[in-house]
Design a protein around this ligand. Structure first.
Ligand code: PLP
Length: 433
């Protein structure tokens, strides 16, 4: 195992990692359910669903079988001019499950490319209609991925200043993050909506779209907003004909309690981006889904209006098979019960933390529980972050605080005993700070 770590250190460059100071990576040998087994035999409880993707836990046999069966038939095929059953079935099932008229599915590879596709579709939609609407709106603290367009709209997350020469101009709006017992949320929402009104009054006719993570801003610190705020935003955009893009890369597939956060808010966006949980965490795949109205603006006799975008692995059959199998699991009534069970357990955990001197801004949406550790320095580079991570790992918990923000985003298969153990260990760590 030491050889493997030495080779890793010699050749591998890890994501979102300061390679000089980061501790040696943990070698994972296998995963089952909510547990990852390390090469040296430790059992780690995966409380972040491995970067929010393994919604059913690791190695779910139903998805394993589906991917294996698909691999024996067709592992990959060009998707321009060709199609295949797993992709068609997945697209039609998603169209049935998504709210409103979201029924045109464009496949890509990951969350960033799903966002990139949504932004490009929104801009070209207006071009194809003969209108120049180039402005894009986004929220402070939003994170939408690492490709250039996604970085531009996610600039407010603070991760991308090194790349500023590459980024395009995006109008940023304040985000009214809220938490349990927040008494000033009305004021904050009012300010955000007034700013939106001002932007739309001045620029509504040249604005193509607004992008947001509905209900929970993930990487920006599990910052939550109220469903009514999302509805108020949507209503204002409609009045100005501005397209609404929901980035549900993290919130999709049950994470917020409903299948999609769109369902929890009652808002039907014009475009929705889905990835992460789409394949149950088995393979990289994403979709950007839109309406007939948007789709039809790309139809013409000439090629100029077509959407000239595609990836080598567009709609990879293995990914689509995994996604269909993951949808089978989401359709089961016990999954629905699991979502409610986790939300109820999280509620009890956050109640236990009420009044803790180091805990502020306790918050909950569906299966996502979060709180801030009170620290002199807040934010992603808060000194307490690496310390917390190390303390959690020492207790065999895979938890990855976002700076001083501790959050739990477990796979839906996690059982009550595992959750209870995790809560006790988290409280022990916080008590010891
Ligand atoms: N959008 C949201 C809301 C995300 O949380 C992420 C990743 O964390 C992305 C987009 C980018 O997804 P990916 O890392 O798969 O490119």
């Amino acid at each position: 195992m030491n050889d493997l770590i030495a080779l890793d250190r010699r050749h591998v460059w890890h994501p979102f990692t300061q390679e000089q100071t980061a501790p040696a990576p943990v070698v994972v040998a296998r995963g089952r359910g909510a547990v990852l087994e390390t090469a040296d035999g430790r059992q780690l409880l995966d409380l972040v669903s491995s970067w929010w993707v393994n919604i059913h836990g690791h190695a779910h046999p139903h998805i394993v079988e589906a991917v294996a069966a698909q691999a024996r038939e067709l592992e990959q095929v060009i998707f321009a001019g060709f199609t295949h059953e797993p992709a068609v079935r997945l697209a039609s099932r998603l169209a049935q499950k998504l709210p409103g008229d979201l029924n045109r599915v464009f496949f890509s590879d990951d969350g960033s490319t799903a966002v990139e596709v949504a932004l490009k579709l929104a801009i070209q939609f207006w071009r194809n209609r003969g209108e120049t609407r180039d402005r894009v709106l986004a929220f402070e603290g939003g994170y939408h991925g690492d490709t250039v367009g996604a970085m531009s709209v996610g600039r407010g997350s603070g991760f991308f200043e090194a790349f500023s020469p590459l980024l395009s101009d995006v109008t940023r709006l304040p985000y009214p993050a809220t938490w349990i017992g927040d008494t000033e949320v009305d004021t904050r929402e009012g300010e955000a909506l007034r700013k939106l009104d001002a932007v739309l009054d001045a620029h509504g006719s040249d604005t193509a779209a607004l992008i947001m993570e509905p209900l929970v801003q993930g990487a920006g610190g599990m910052r939550m907003c109220r469903p009514g705020f999302v509805r108020d935003v949507a209503e204002r955009l409609r009045a100005h004909g501005v397209l609404l893009i929901f980035d549900e890369v993290m919130t999709g597939f049950g994470r917020t309690g409903e299948l999609f956060a769109a369902g929890s808010t009652g808002v039907v966006p014009d475009l929705i981006c889905l990835s992460k949980g789409l394949t149950g965490g088995f393979l990289p795949l994403s979709v950007t889904v839109t309406s007939d109205r948007v789709y039809e603006s790309f139809l013409a006799e000439d090629f100029d209006r077509a959407f000239t975008h595609g990836h080598s692995f567009t709609a990879n059959p293995l990914g689509c098979a995994a996604a269909n199998a993951s949808l089978d699991l989401l359709e089961r009534s016990d999954t629905r019960r699991d979502l409610q069970r986790i939300e109820a357990a999280h509620t009890g955990f956050l109640e236990r933390l009420c009044g803790h001197p180091r805990v502020v801004r306790r918050r909950l949406t569906g299966t996502v529980a979060a709180f801030d550790v009170h620290d002199e320095r807040a934010g992603y580079d808060a000194a307490v972050g690496p310390r917390l991570k190390a303390e959690f790992l020492a207790r065999d918990l895979l938890l990855r605080p976002l700076g001083n923000v501790v959050y739990l985003l477990p796979p839906y298969c996690i059982d009550d005993a595992q959750l209870a153990h995790a809560y006790d260990a988290v409280i022990e760590v916080i008590d010891g700070l």
